[in-house]
Design a protein around this ligand. Structure first.
Ligand SMILES: [Zn+2]
Length: 493
């Protein structure tokens, strides 16, 4: 066997929405340190698990340092980020001589005053561990920056959206580390960035043009010289000078990496107008009317402009205002489920009142600053759950007229049907389910007879042209149309 290499592993995962004013701090993160990682990683951090287990399978000495992860939200607190960063660096220094660093990163984490978190972290790591190679897995929505390409030897991103290949992508990053160590360092990265913003809901990989784009990547990876090919789409709900789509290739030859990345970037640019919503999409009122009149049940209706899993606040009242004033809703003789609202104050009030009590709440509007105001409701508390999931949120289920509303104490998102089960709801028995979500997560698809998306207002507004961008480079599609690019000048690495 070859030398027993020492590999330091770590992770940082957050998707930061700059239109959401919440500062994501220590309370929102789940942090695993050192040995704790081995017993707990399975529940929270699949790409890190894939990375770790694959490195172990090569017979390496793999040392977990720090892994920090939170649900997408507003930008991360500088104080918390620096604490995690310094701790990771200190733990790596304690290891002594290390042969490689392997990380599980998101790629679109942003920090107060600092901006690009991954670039900042990688830059510091390269300064301290000068000749140590660094490889990382990334989310498909990573926003690639100069600091990221200058201070890392190679990346690989997820190839599925919704992301169901996180474990495999972590393992793929481990494979890149392995290739570098076993090949005598012949690993090169090339990247081209093209000026496109894509709403998340136009880039599901089960539909075109993403299906074809992902197949292109897989075809390139059949070439034994190409170690990883990725499209990093960027995160559209961040106003950043680094916005854009990056085609990134890692290969055992510099020229091959460059040619392949250039070709992939050009292909993507050519297909930019083919990105469309595949879910039926309407304005709020039209979406509500269609949902009420439709025969299909259960029917899912997404309040997509305020999707916490895309980093929105999760307390915008834009959609619920239109729902409450709708005459068809008032006359509807069945129940509607709305999951839900991130509202710690209202949630606490429900817990103080207890199950079966009536209570006045001012729902929503504490954080979101795109649609202002709260909604005053006298609700009946139906069901309470003291501690749900990895992030230990309280959940309250309340009823107002014929609308059941889910309220959480923590910003955990509404993309998981387990949350509904935890308060006694079987989604198969529901008629209309409103989710603060974009496209349906896979867990909801078996029960869904029809899915409709309302293009509501909020920090994850799907109509990107309606968001107040100031920093993104211009021209950028689709904010700007009818312009062309010189692909040679798109080279960033
Ligand atoms: Zn993503």
């Amino acid at each position: 066997m070859s030398k027993k290499y020492k590999i330091a592993v770590g992770g940082m995962n957050h998707e930061s929405n700059t239109f959401n004013p919440i500062i994501t701090g220590e309370n929102e993160f789940v942090v695993l340190r050192g040995k704790e990682f081995e017993s707990k990683v399975g529940d929270t951090y699949n790409s890190a698990k894939g990375l770790y287990e694959k490195l172990k399978s090569y017979g390496y000495d793999v040392i977990p340092t720090v892994f920090a992860r939170a649900v997408p939200n507003g930008v991360v607190s500088k104080e918390f980020y620096l604490k995690i960063k310094n701790e990771m660096i200190e733990r790596m220094k304690e290891i002594g001589e290390i042969d490689a660093i392997s990380l599980s990163l998101h790629g679109s984490m942003r920090v107060q005053e600092i901006g690009d978190a991954e670039g900042d972290l990688l830059k510091s790591l390269k300064e301290i561990f000068k000749d140590v190679p660094i490889f990382a897995s990334l989310d498909m929505h990573a926003t690639i920056t100069k600091d990221m390409t200058e201070n890392c030897n190679g990346y690989v991103g997820y190839k599925t959206a919704p992301h169901i290949d996180t474990y495999e992508t972590g393992a793929h990053a481990a494979y890149l580390t392995h290739c570098y160590l076993e090949s005598g360092k012949n690993v090169y990265m090339s990247a081209y960035k093209i000026p496109i913003l894509i709403a998340g809901e136009k880039s599901e990989t089960s539909v075109e043009p993403m299906t074809s784009m992902i197949n292109l990547l897989k075809k390139e990876e059949e070439n034994p010289n190409i170690l990883a090919a990725s499209y990093l789409l960027g995160f559209p709900w961040a106003d950043s000078k680094d916005a854009g789509v990056t085609a990134l290739v890692v290969a055992d030859d510099k020229n091959i990496a460059n040619q392949c990345a250039k070709k992939l970037a050009a292909e993507f640019w050519n297909r930019k107008e083919d990105f469309k919503f595949h879910v039926e999409t309407y304005g709020n009122t039209e979406a509500i009317n269609i949902a009420i009149n439709a025969k299909e049940r259960p029917l899912y209706l997404s309040d997509s402009g305020d999707n916490p899993t895309a980093g929105a606040a999760g307390d915008s009242v834009d959609f619920i205002n239109d729902l409450l004033k709708n005459d068809l809703v008032k006359q509807y003789n069945k129940d509607i489920l709305y999951s839900g609202f991130f509202d710690p104050v209202s949630c606490e009030k429900c817990f103080e009142a207890g199950e079966n009590a009536d209570v006045d709440i001012e729902l929503g509007g504490k954080f979101d600053n795109i649609s202002k105001g709260t909604v005053k409701l006298n609700v009946k508390v139906i069901k309470l759950n003291e501690c749900y999931g990895t992030y230990k949120s309280k959940i309250a289920l309340v009823k107002y007229q014929n609308i059941f509303i889910v309220i959480t104490s923590k910003h955990i998102g509404f993309g998981d049907n387990e949350l509904l089960h935890s308060i006694g709801i079987d989604e198969y028995k529901c008629d209309i389910v409103i989710l603060k979500l974009g496209y349906l997560e896979d867990c909801f698809k078996p029960s869904s007879k029809r899915a409709i998306m309302a293009a509501s207002k909020g920090a994850s507004c799907e109509i990107l042209e309606d968001l107040p961008f100031n920093k993104v480079p211009r021209p950028i599609y689709p904010l700007d149309k009818n312009f062309n690019i010189d692909i040679e000048k798109a080279l960033i690495k």
